[in-house]
Design a protein around this ligand. Structure first.
Ligand code: FAD
Ligand code: NAG
Ligand code: NAG
Length: 637
């Protein structure tokens, strides 16, 4: 081992222990010394990318937001060495803590989180403080891919065929599959062999978790017992059960910053500006062309100009916010706030979709095999993580298996499931009632009444997530001040069909806990009556309809707020090339453009959208420079 490796290992171990609050006093001096050394190691291509101090006056492309989508875009656009590209990101760097899969819940409400909360509404999140849901969003290079649970799920073929059928040519499943594969480096040999669906050698490492508890296999067996296949849910058939595939590299997080930005840090045509909060896209009101971006860095307002395009990749909350601040949005709303209208676009901030699950479906068991944090995180496991890159710390908060199932409302002969089970060897109670409770914003009263008695018990959890909600929320500006957070209206469970599907998902979860495979562990449903619902006859449909509105858990998949659509759809904000209607030189490329949310966790689809978006940008500019060159040739001859 080299000195650097030993020190690196010491840092990893120490930061992990610090993260969980063990040995604070003795480790701090070691940590500081080690970190100082570590920061000298600038030539390591896997190290943090360098921030550009002196920016140019203008760039060919400016990308706003270095999240899942923005990281991919800057990588692909700088492949053309004739183009100068600037990335503006409000947050800073990833840390050693963000690398550790088991610690992702510690990142919620940290300084890497924008810490959004929805407006109080009485249809959901009633067990949360003030009846407001907590919408964690990454404020860091890599965006939400630095805080997420790394599940790699592409969605259902019919999601994309649906997009195409709404009038978006080129977005059908067969068209987008090559873009999923383009990014991918599938490390599981069994999956990598299936080359119709997977590929190797891409920037984004996808692997199975190096660590499973005995519950992992039992989850698959229970799925089979319920009549489902075990299959590659990212392959031919989605319906069925599988171990999760993760965006992980050697047991640590593979964020999009790590995958796509770190490898290009030495490209001369790439500039990176962190801690840079964009306040507005500058659009010429005469020719309606985006010509620059205004942002705040180190407390000062700055402007950069753009020669070709501005690309908004600030995510499903901030991209529509920035559009509105820049004069693109619903005319009455902008006028009411005193923002001059460049383009009346009523769809901006509308069509907000998210996935929700029911939290707190917990099944105590009789064996000490599950993930109890204070048993799993200690010096031994921290060393194991740092040295051999496996062990319990590589577990993504106990997420082990996934099941795509159909309730009675879905067509069972079709591969079009309506519920995703996220199966965990832990739950809300497994960390002593600390970080999960805090991340979800549960009230003390709710937690204590429902969960206190099983805190730190061995349990497993099932999070039934509704795949295709019919309810739609929206986002509005609070004021024209770009630093004011927008108003977020989730509108969860405002459509009665959503309540019905989610309720059936809860019943299916309870049935899952009753299978022989789970009973072997002594599984029993923790059926403590839920405070706001216990006046309703227990375990009836009416009771469950009430329960789903209490511990309503966002899965953090906000999307759809600047949707793609054909020009005859007045609610479409961007066209199928992701160019903003009514403005030249401006695109939105991130989760906002989804016309309908995909049937699964959405990070992989967002990365796909960015890969495809980058190709469309290249096609446009390379074509136009080619025709310009042709014109010159014609003129000369
Ligand atoms: C806690 C959590 C868990 C999740 N788990 C999973 C999972 O396991 N699997 C999965 O598939 N998906 C998961 N997701 C969802 C997935 O990670 C996101 O949908 C995806 O990362 C969104 O990508 P994006 O590029 O649209 O936006 P983001 O990744 O949010 O990127 C937007 C970027 O823009 C920056 N930005 C915003 N406003 C400004 C501004 N004004 N100026 C400058 N920069 C700005 C932000 O700081 C951020 O870096 C999870 C999300 C969260 C939060
Ligand atoms: C269910 O799906 C099958 C296969 O796609 C189809 O033939 C059938 O018509 C569908 N049934 C209903 C009730 O929609
Ligand atoms: C090239 O010439 C054609 C025909 O004269 C014209 O329509 C086109 O706009 C020109 N292209 C560029 C990029 O100047």
């Amino acid at each position: 081992m080299s000195v650097a490796t030993i020190i690196g290992t010491a840092i990893k171990t120490a930061t992990v222990l610090l993260g969980v609050g063990i040995g604070k006093i003795t480790i701090i001096p070691v940590l500081i010394a080690a970190l100082a050394y570590f920061n000298y190691d600038l030539m390591d291509p896997e190290n943090h990318p360098r921030v550009t101090k002196q920016l140019r006056k203008d760039y060919d492309f400016v990308v706003i937001g270095g999240g899942s989508a923005g990281s991919v875009l800057v990588n692909r656009l700088t492949e053309n060495s004739d183009w100068n590209v600037l990335l503006l990101e409000a947050g800073g760097h990833e840390t050693e803590i963000t690398d550790v899969p088991i610690l992702s819940l510690y990142l919620h409400k940290s300084k890497l989180d924008w810490k959004y909360r929805t407006q109080p509404q009485d249809t959901a999140c009633q067990a949360m403080n003030d009846g407001r849901c907590c919408w964690t969003r990454g404020k860091v290079l890599g965006g939400c891919s630095v805080l997420n649970t790394m599940l790699y799920i592409r969605g259902n073929r019919r999601d994309f065929d649906g997009w195409e059928s709404f009038g978006n040519p080129g977005w059908g499943y067969e068209d987008v599959l090559p873009y999923f594969k383009k990014s991918q480096d599938q490390r599981n040999p069994y999956l990598a062999r299936n080359t119709k669906y997977h590929s190797t050698g891409g920037y984004l490492t996808v692997q199975d978790s190096p660590y499973l508890t005995p519950l992992g296999v039992a989850f698959l067996q229970a799925g089979e017992e319920m009549g489902y296949d075990i299959c590659d849910i990212n392959g031919e058939q989605q319906t069925g059960f599988a171990f999760f595939q993760f965006t992980m590299r050697r047991g640590t997080r593979c964020s999009t910053a790590k995958a796509f930005v770190r490898p290009i840090q030495l490209r001369k045509n790439f500039h990176l500006s962190l801690w840079s909060h964009v306040t507005r896209v500058l659009i010429n009101p005469q020719n309606k062309r985006a010509y620059g971006v205004e942002f705040i860095r180190e407390g000062r307002k700055e402007v950069v100009f753009v020669k070709k395009e501005v690309i908004l990749s600030a995510g499903a909350i901030n991209s529509p916010q920035l559009l509105m601040l820049s004069g693109v949005g619903s005319r009455p709303h902008l006028e009411e706030l005193g923002i001059s209208v460049i383009k009346d676009s009523p769809g901006v901030g509308q069509n907000l979709q998210d996935h929700i699950a029911v939290g707190g479906l917990i099944f105590p068991i009789d064996y000490k095999v599950s993930f109890v944090m204070n048993r799993m995180v200690n010096i031994n496991t921290a060393l194991r993580y740092a040295i051999t890159e496996d062990g319990p710390l590589t577990s993504s908060v106990g997420l082990e298996a996934v099941g795509f199932i159909s309730t009675k409302y879905a067509n069972h002969t079709d591969d079009w499931p309506d519920i995703e089970f996220m199966l965990t060897s832990s739950s809300t109670t497994s960390d002593g009632g600390t970080h999960v409770k805090n991340a979800h914003g549960l009230t003390d009263e709710f937690y204590n009444e429902v969960f206190r008695q099983i805190t730190n018990h061995d349990v497993f959890g099932i999070f039934p997530m509704m795949l295709r909600p019919k309810s739609r929320g929206y986002i509005r500006l609070r004021s024209k001040n770009p630093l004011h957070y927008p108003l977020l209206y989730h509108n969860y469970l405002t459509h009665p069909d959503d309540v019905a599907v989610l309720r059936e998902g809860v019943k299916a979860a309870i049935a899952f806990g009753e299978t022989n495979s789970m009973k072997r562990f002594g599984s029993r449903f923790h059926n403590k009556p839920i405070p706001n619902c216990k006046h309703i006859p227990l375990y009836t449909d009416e009771y469950w309809n009430c329960v789903v509105r209490q511990y309503t858990m966002t899965i953090y998949h906000m999307s759809g707020t600047a949707k793609m659509g054909p020009s005859n759809d007045p609610m479409a904000v961007v066209n199928p090339e992701l160019r903003v209607y009514g403005v030249e030189g401006l695109r939105v490329i991130d989760a906002s453009i989804m016309p309908t949310i995909t049937s699964g966790n959405i990070n992989a689809p967002v990365i796909m959208i960015a890969e495809k978006g980058a190709d469309m940008i290249k096609a446009r500019w390379i074509q136009s420079s080619r025709s310009k060159r042709d014109n010159v040739t014609v003129a000369a001859s």
